[in-house]
Design a protein around this ligand. Structure first.
Ligand SMILES: Nc1nc2c(ncn2[C@@H]2O[C@H](COP(=O)(O)OP(=O)(O)OP(=O)(O)O)[C@@H](O)[C@H]2O)c(=O)[nH]1
Length: 357
């Protein structure tokens, strides 16, 4: 129990204050969780009798404040589960206290019950307007006070359950979205995710004026791999490639995806042509180091891949389709030139233009 003022012996409450009652604040199992109440009351005897009654009713922690400023400090520091608030207080009055409490917990809610000697309709109106949830006129019968506490607690528990359910729902939704965009075999982003991310990265790169690279990779002679090792080993091989591509995508925004079958696509934001070539070399090197055996490749004993790259600073005419078409064209050229190599669409174009001159 926190006693900020008048820590001396609690005086016997006058008859006009709260009479003890047998009413218990807790009844069900759910209500046995700790529950704290902040009592804001300037009259020491009234405060003491309230504290006694709350403890008697089963409230686990009772905090006390004799004025508004102390009440606000306690409210912010100790986050009570409920506030019992007098209106006539030295300095800041109860209305002001309730108002500031509400302002200090945006998006959150702590039940506030006014407990006052003021009993006109206007007083009740002002109490609720300033942020109170209920209004009791003193003297209050203990059984009524405890009943009100229970009702407020029920609302509070319900609200907490709703918040936790909505957080769980949010998490489940997030997982579902991730699953919808995940390729089950490799764990990479699937075609659906690829389409969404590429579209978003084109917009971002256009806005920022930064280069965006798209790389399409295709395993060489993978049909022969399947034919000689079987589809189960073929699947294992695709998983190993997926892992390797994830590893080579070191920057947080780089995305490795399974475009389809044995074809993969890498989205590399803020990557110019030179960076794309560095990336391609790193990927080729990693693949050579891994040396995944290919028992029936005309190119050698290990698995190789070919890649087509396109890099641009997107403008209004750039679309996901146009980027995929360019990367695909470069990939086709890499395959046609003998496989196990990367071609850049733009560099091919440069070369052709140079030849034309
Ligand atoms: N195991 C397995 N194989 C797949 C999967 N998806 C596609 N493939 C196989 O990948 C092979 C692709 O064959 P092709 O398109 O002829 O290409 P390739 O044999 O790699 O020849 P190039 O690309 O020209 O080097 C086919 O045998 C497909 O069955 C998959 O999920 N698992």
């Amino acid at each position: 129990m926190v006693l900020l003022k008048e820590t001396a012996v609690i005086p016997t409450p006058p008859p006009s204050a709260i009479e003890p009652t047998a009413a218990r604040f807790t009844s069900s199992h759910a209500e046995n969780a700790p529950f704290s109440v902040l009592v804001v009351e300037d009259q020491a005897s009234m405060r003491a009798s309230l504290v006694k009654e709350l403890q008697h009713a089963g409230v686990t922690e009772v905090m006390e404040a004799a004025d508004g400023q102390v009440a606000l400090q306690l409210f912010k520091l100790r986050r009570p589960d409920l506030v019992l608030l007098d209106i006539r207080l030295p300095g800041l009055d109860g209305y002001g206290v309730a108002h500031q409490m509400r302002e200090s917990e945006p998006g959150d809610w702590t039940p506030i019950i006014f407990l006052s000697g003021l009993d006109t309709d206007l007083d009740v109106w002002r109490g609720i307007e300033s942020g109170g949830d209920d209004y009791l006129v003193k003297p209050v019968k203990p059984i009524v006070l405890v009943a009100k506490l229970r009702a407020m607690r029920r609302l509070l528990d319900m609200r907490r359950r709703l918040i936790s359910m909505s957080a769980e729902l949010h998490l489940a939704n997030q997982r579902l979205n991730e699953m919808v965009e995940m390729d089950a075999l490799t764990g990479l982003v699937n075609r659906r995710g690829f389409d969404r991310i590429l579209h978003a990265e084109i917009i971002a790169a256009r806005r920022d004026g930064t280069p965006l690279t798209l790389m399409l990779c295709d395993l060489d002679h993978f049909k022969r791999y399947n034919d000689s090792c079987g589809h189960v080993k073929g699947d294992e091989c695709l998983r190993a490639i997926g892992k390797l591509l994830r590893e080579v995508c070191m920057r947080p925004r780089d995305v490795a995806s399974r475009y389809g079958g044995e074809e993969f696509a890498m989205i590399l934001p803020k990557t110019p042509r030179s960076g794309a070539m560095t990336f391609a070399r790193a990927l080729g090197k990693m693949l050579r180091v891994r040396a995944l055996p290919h028992p029936d490749s005309p190119l050698g004993e290990v698995l190789t891949l070919s890649g087509g790259i396109t890099t641009c600073i997107p403008d209004e005419s750039t679309s996901a389709e146009s980027m995929v078409m360019r990367a695909d064209q470069a990939l086709y050229a890499a395959k046609a030139q003998g496989r196990d190599r990367f071609f850049s669409f733009e560099m091919q174009m440069d070369t052709i233009e140079q030849r034309g001159n």
